[in-house]
Design a binder for this molecule. Sequence first.
Ligand code: ZN
Ligand code: ZN
Length: 303
Amino acid sequence: MACSATVPLLPKIAGAQDRRAVWHVLGSNGGPRVVTNRSNPANVLMIGDTPYIVDCGYGVTRQLVRAGLPLTSLEQIFITHLHSDHALECGNLIYCSWSTGLDNEVTVHAPEGAKAMMDAYMESIRFDLDVRIGDENKPDLRNMVKVREIGDSGVVFENSDVTVTAFRTPHPPIVKRNYAFRFDVAEGSFVYACDTAYNPALADFAQGADVLIHEALYEPGFADMAVRSRNKSESFREHIFNSHTSTEHVGQIAAAAKVKKLVLSHLVPGDDESITDDMWLEGVRRHYDGEAIVAHDFMEITI
Ligand SMILES: [Zn+2]
Ligand SMILES: [Zn+2]
């Protein structure tokens, strides 16, 4: 299903009373360009009524609302790295939740640099915060956000529903702090690796996972994407090819990890609708014979 302005409100997240974990893809496009058919990278793992936000690309707030999530239930946010397609709307998501009535603390789990990013964001909206605290008797949002910067690989969050483990994975040439996440829940585990260069070590991190959500680069689509991006430089080409994982390599990771289900998301180029799901999966299927699907916005994934 493609996402477009005609997609109706989808009131399907709110009100989930059981503790079954459901992964909702909110944005399946890769990269910072804003396009019409897919939103920028964003996901939410719902366990009961508790949302665990995974990446905050542009549009995450609107996509959550369209999915029927009350923003006031926001608590935990996980960000893989500080590329804008993963972090640009973190501040606005928290702000919009606050303006909707959020009154609890929100924790942002993100790489080094996230604290400075959030401090700068709060400063950028200082006028509005000061006015609304005075005019509307609202709590001070600056005291409601805790940033936990992720260091080495390891457990970054744990409660009775989920254990979240971060795993450092390369995203060259310049990004040094970049993580995949594993969410171990009662039914099994979801692993999320968006972005990453081809990294065979991810197969160990994802070993036996029920669901692997992995980024994918469809290499033949690059030339046209460079035209749409108005960037035909060699360094752009190197960035795309060195920092992402081809569909063939994703298949090799999924096979080595023996995951039960593979989901391709963070699609590059996700805006090229001439690339069919079968084309995305062709390289994967040369190496992996398990269940493999291509993510679309508002797709729900369960174990
Ligand atoms: Zn990205
Ligand atoms: Zn990136």
